[in-house]
Design a protein around this ligand. Structure first.
Ligand code: HEC
Ligand code: HEC
Ligand code: HEC
Ligand code: HEC
Ligand code: HEC
Length: 335
């Protein structure tokens, strides 16, 4: 999908160009850009995963309605109570996904030998990749808010593959001003892997020098479909432990479901506990092993979420002593 920037949009963007300063090309170690307007405290509503942008009170947020449908509800970009995607075993998944074999997987094992344990990304990675591989429109849901799938039509979206744009365009027909026609953008290509449209046409490291107000840089958030340069996912975790195996043993193992590092010892997988998902090949590392897409308070209710939606901090311990320098990595790796 290529971006159509019309003169009207350019005008609209430049009219908003007030008081936007800041040095171009700043990258922040923990991924949290202080110029981003959500507070990252309280709930997913105050995070980057609120794609309604309701936390942004400036008129700039309205501009975004030219690039993705604004469904006015946060959860719906990912979940639906009914009519969820039948092709993925993920909680009431409301998005078009890509097939697992669409991805190139990690293939440079150096330690234990990954042969026979490398699998394609499982459901708890395909969810994230349905936005973060950069190819599927951010607003490509199966069931729009309100009654029915798409308001006032028999159209359906696709569960796997490319979104049905006619379906997505039905939203703006019923809700003028709350979406574009034909501009349902995906995040865009992984930096360095080609050009093309997508949100990153503006949300990139050079945004300060574009004729638009500052737009937060998303480039680091686009993983692409080549996962060779990302922490391995789909890999089956060791199931024997002890001398010579430099992996820690999860306290709780529920065959066919998951294993987890039960830091508070209550035998329940809390969201701040690292887990391995079993989708048929034994307990495996997936995106949601390390990340919770709803955000985890860094130190009890009301505190800022751990950066990068991580389940435990990789830098700062909380008051229970969980997390700390490399704390996430050392949960699994006995190094
Ligand atoms: C034509 C350029 C352009 C495109 C394309 C674009 N954006 Fe934006 N975006 C902006 C600008 C400018 C802002 C305003 C930032 C501000 O002033 O708060 C913004 C704001 C945002 C914000 C809020 C940032 C904040 O700090 O409040 C989010 C989130 C966002 N855009 C997401 C997206 C997504 C997702 C897409 C693709 C579906 C997209 N944008 C496409 C230019 C763009
Ligand atoms: C950006 C996508 C996204 C948004 C937005 C989102 N979720 Fe989720 N949610 C997920 C994913 C992915 C999972 C599965 C995580 C896993 O694999 O364990 C999930 C899992 C869940 C679960 C199952 C238990 C758990 O925490 O893993 C519940 C309940 C849930 N979400 C509720 C909500 C509600 C309510 C909202 C809106 C307030 C919401 N989610 C918004 C992505 C999202
Ligand atoms: C509905 C699309 C969507 C889904 C599904 C989704 N994300 Fe995101 N995510 C985004 C967008 C868009 C951004 C960047 C938005 C911004 O900066 O405002 C983002 C940002 C992030 C960030 C950067 C946060 C930061 O502050 O540095 C992380 C980490 C992340 N996502 C991880 C995940 C993981 C892991 C999953 C699955 C469990 C997931 N996302 C599922 C759309 C999605
Ligand atoms: C083994 C743990 C682990 C797994 C598995 C994992 N991540 Fe991450 N991810 C991290 C850590 C740690 C960071 C923070 C990096 C930093 O602060 O520089 C991160 C950062 C990110 C970011 C923010 C960009 C950045 O570089 O800061 C995104 C987006 C993201 N992960 C998405 C995903 C997706 C999608 C998957 C699955 C394909 C995934 N992650 C799998 C640990 C993991
Ligand atoms: C949920 C468990 C888990 C977490 C958390 C985790 N890893 Fe891993 N990691 C694995 C598994 C399993 C492998 C597969 C390697 C193998 O079996 O040889 C792996 C592989 C690796 C490899 C490649 C080894 C090879 O053979 O090429 C590196 C490097 C690595 N991890 C670093 C990290 C870092 C850095 C972090 C923290 C950001 C981290 N891991 C967090 C489970 C984890």
């Amino acid at each position: 999908m290529s971006l159509k920037i019309t003169p009207k949009i350019i005008l609209c963007i430049s009219l908003f160009g007030i008081g936007m300063t800041g040095s171009g090309g700043v990258a922040f170690a923990d991924g949290w850009d202080p110029r981003f307007s959500a507070t990252n405290i309280g709930s997913i509503e105050q995070t980057r995963h609120n794609l309604t942008l309701s936390y942004n009170n400036s008129s700039n947020a309205f501009l975004m309605n030219s690039f993705r449908n604004n469904y006015g509800e946060t959860c719906v970009y990912c979940h639906t109570p009914h009519g969820a995607n039948t092709q993925i075993n993920a909680p009431l998944w409301n998005r078009t996904i890509n097939n697992a074999d669409n991805y190139s997987i990690y293939d440079t094992p150096t330690t234990l030998g990954l042969e026979g344990r490398l699998n394609l990304p499982g459901p708890s990675s395909l969810t994230c990749l349905s936005c973060h591989d950069g190819t599927i429109a951010i607003d490509s849901v199966l069931n729009m808010p309100g009654s029915g799938l798409a308001p006032g039509s028999n159209l359906r979206n696709l569960e796997v593959g490319s979104p049905n744009e006619d379906f997505l365009n039905r939203w703006v027909i019923s809700n003028p001003g709350m979406g574009p026609t034909g501009n349902h953008l995906a995040l865009g290509p992984e930096p360095g892997t080609g050009t093309g449209g997508g949100c990153s046409i503006c949300h990139n490291i050079n945004s300060d020098s574009l004729p638009i107000p500052f737009a937060p840089d998303f480039s680091a958030f686009i993983l692409g479909t080549n996962l060779r340069n990302d922490h391995v996912v789909g890999i089956t975790y060791p199931t024997t432990f002890g001398p010579g195996i430099d992996y820690n043993e999860p306290e709780v193992i529920v065959p066919g479901k998951w294993s987890f590092f039960d830091s508070n010892g209550n035998r329940f997988a809390e969201k701040d506990e690292v887990r391995l998902y079993d989708s048929g090949n034994g307990p495996a590392v997936e995106c949601a092993s390390c990340h919770d897409p709803h955000g985890i308070p860094s130190n009890g209710p009301g505190t800022e979420f751990i950066p990068s939606f991580l389940r435990i901090s990789n830098s700062t311990p909380n008051s229970n002593g969980i997390g700390g320098p490399s704390g996430l990595c050392l949960t699994c790796h006995a190094k």
